[in-house]
Write a protein that binds this ligand. Structure first.
Ligand code: PEP
Ligand code: MG
Length: 594
């Protein structure tokens, strides 16, 4: 038997699980289309309707059985599936097809599902494409009921196991008992699928998008999954097993230890407080941010709101989304970033012309200032949401003062309109900009005069500073967060913000990596915003150092000429200060690439 077969998928939920596979044989159901006689048509329609009502009943039962309080906030997903069961496109069209074409119910349903798939597959954005799985899983459920196939339920898993499935519906995930299901892997799916979000809420390690895991894994096969890196190992050798066992123990130890930090302030030994906030893309992520002790949302990426549809969201749609998050986070602030479309972020509802160099093209604020009606709609929604708590607006990819002046004019116009319409908003809504381009870092002093806060987007700042495409694996070796040019850009920005008396934060992935915590502290950042699971790790470091020592270390690092030299010096310092954190394998607990 071959050992150590490594598969690489998408990291959906962090943590390591080691155990035997429990393969869910869902993918194998195949409907066969056959013609029927005219006098069979109504009986076939009745069979189909019965299968639909059985599906409704099953979903209702799943909903009633959900006992895990962390899942209560996600029950709306089941409601969505119940709504799909009422959908005319799915149910009505299948019935029409049975009647019009005189084919059996399974065949008709199969054709309708294929039609849905073709429509969803042609959609470019990830979020909307993944909503296909909602329709798919409802369709599969009806099909199984129609064909009398058993609905293999995750509630039936009777041993400790790693579930392996082609796809898992949110209804499946909701039935997962953490005592028995220690992790799961799927062939399809992405990071923003409901199943992935639910896995993160439950704290179950998961890897999705493995493409052919179900074809390679047999029931009972020993498996390791590393949900932090998206790696799966089939039939691990004793050495691999030992390595991952160590990673698992370290990850669990860290999680336990970090619970202690959740409710504590991120305060240095010499009394300087840093505000640690969460980055979110969906309202569903807010409870996790609160649980991890986030003191606000430092980056709410609103692109996902635009991705979840074929048209652009109306002011009311946006208001509802922003208001939900602002209310849930109150009294903490929520930093709502205006649409950062373009570059590698494509949105199906917005048709960007083909550009030779999209990263440097019509992106972010440039697009907003070109399509002012869309920008104004978003600003009005943000302003109106500000009446329900503390909202701040953040403008991405600024390169010069003129852009801020133009944005502020749009904000002023939106305010005037709302006043004239008698709609409430926070008069003092704070306006901030992202520092993501070298030009913005170089003139941070001029930009800081215009706004209330600066937030550094290191993901893009590194890309533009070093001329390295952040998504291109061929030049990934040049993507160096500790490059002297990046450190100087960060220092310049911090100094400018401090001199101008505006708040300075960082919301790129650098903020989430504990290795950089001392550097960011020493440079003078006051707010660090990151994905919720990393907050406690960073807080632990901040609480164990003096800011003055961090400043001294930064001065030393700034003298070094290359990124590897800076990294070696920094790693040595972090190993010395935090042996338990940095000597154990880092992969299990560290964030993804910047
Ligand atoms: C960044 O560039 O660091 C950032 C936070 O923005 P995004 O990753 O969404 O481009
Ligand atoms: Mg960015």
């Amino acid at each position: 038997m071959l050992q150590d077969i490594f598969l690489q998928g998408i990291s959906a939920s962090p943590g390591v699980a080691i155990g035997a596979a429990y393969v869910i044989d869902r993918n194998r159901i195949s409907a066969v289309e056959r013609p029927i006689d005219v006098d069979e048509v109504e009986a076939e329609c009745r069979l189909f309707q019965e299968a639909v009502s059985r599906s409704r009943q099953q979903l209702q039962e799943v909903k009633n059985r959900v006992a895990e309080p962390r899942l209560a906030e996600h029950l709306h997903i089941i409601d969505t599936h119940l709504l799909i069961l009422e959908d005319q496109m799915l149910v009505g069209e299948t019935l029409s097809l049975i009647r019009a074409e005189r084919i059996n119910a399974e065949g008709a349903l199969k054709r309708i599902l294929q039609k849905f798939r073709a429509v969803f597959d042609s959609i470019e954005d990830e979020y909307l494409r993944e909503r296909r799985s909602d329709v798919d899983s409802v369709g599969q459920r009806i099909l199984r009921n129609l064909m009398g196939a058993a609905q293999q339920s995750l509630a039936d898993v009777d041993r400790k196991a790693i579930v392996v499935a082609h796809d898992l519906s949110p209804a499946d995930t909701m039935q997962m008992d953490k005592e028995r299901i220690i992790g799961f892997i799927t062939d399809v799916g992405g990071r923003t699928s409901h199943t992935a979000i639910l896995a993160r809420s439950l704290g179950i390690p998961a890897v999705v998008g493995l493409e052919s895991a179900t074809a390679k894994v047999r029931d009972g096969m020993p498996l390791i999954i590393d949900g932090s890196t998206g790696t799966v190992v089939l039939n691990p050798s004793p050495e691999t097993f030992r390595d991952y066992l160590q990673k698992k123990q370290f990850y669990e130890y860290l999680q336990q230890e970090l619970i202690f930090y959740r409710d504590l302030e991120a305060e240095t030994l010499d009394g300087h407080r840093i505000v640690l906030q969460g980055n979110v893309e969906l309202a569903e992520e807010v409870p996790a941010a609160l649980r991890e002790g986030a003191q606000g949302i430092g980056l709410y990426r609103t692109e996902f709101l635009y991705m979840n549809r074929e048209d652009t969201p109306s002011e009311e749609d946006q208001l509802q989304a922003y208001k939900t998050i602002v209310e849930r986070m109150a009294p903490h602030p929520v930093t709502i970033r205006t649409l950062d479309v373009g570059g590698d972020k494509l949105v199906s509802s917005i048709d960007l012309s083909d550009e030779a160099n999209p990263a440097m093209g019509l992106r972010a604020v440039r697009f907003s200032l070109k399509e002012k009606h869309l920008f104004k709609t978003q600003l009005r929604a943000i302003l109106r949401a500000s009446a329900f708590g503390r909202a701040r607006v953040l403008i991405p990819m600024i390169t010069g003062v003129a852009e801020i002046v133009a944005c502020k004019a749009c904000i002023a116009e939106a305010k005037e309109e709302l006043t004239a319409e008698g709609l409430a908003f926070d008069e003092h809504l704070q306006v901030g900009i992202m520092i993501e381009t070298p030009s913005a870092a170089m003139i941070a002093d001029l930009l800081a005069r215009e706004v209330d806060f600066l937030s550094v987007g290191t993901n893009d700042l590194i890309q533009y500073c070093l001329a390295v495409d952040r998504g291109n694996e061929h030049v990934a070796y040049l993507y160096e967060p500790l490059h002297p040019a990046v450190l100087r850009a960060l220092r310049m920005t911090c100094q400018a913000a401090r001199e101008q008396g505006v708040e300075i934060g960082i919301c790129g992935e650098m903020a989430a990596d504990p290795l950089y915590a001392l550097v960011l502290l020493g440079l003078g950042f006051q707010e660090l915003s990151m994905n919720a699971p990393y907050i406690s790790q960073v807080k632990r470091i901040i609480r164990q150092v003096r800011r003055q020592e961090a400043e001294e270390l930064v001065l030393e690092l700034l003298q070094l000429g290359t990124a590897p030299e800076v990294a070696a010096r920094l790693e040595a310092e972090m190993h010395r200060r935090f042996p338990s954190l940095f000597e154990a394998p880092r992969a299990a607990g560290s964030p993804g690439k910047c």
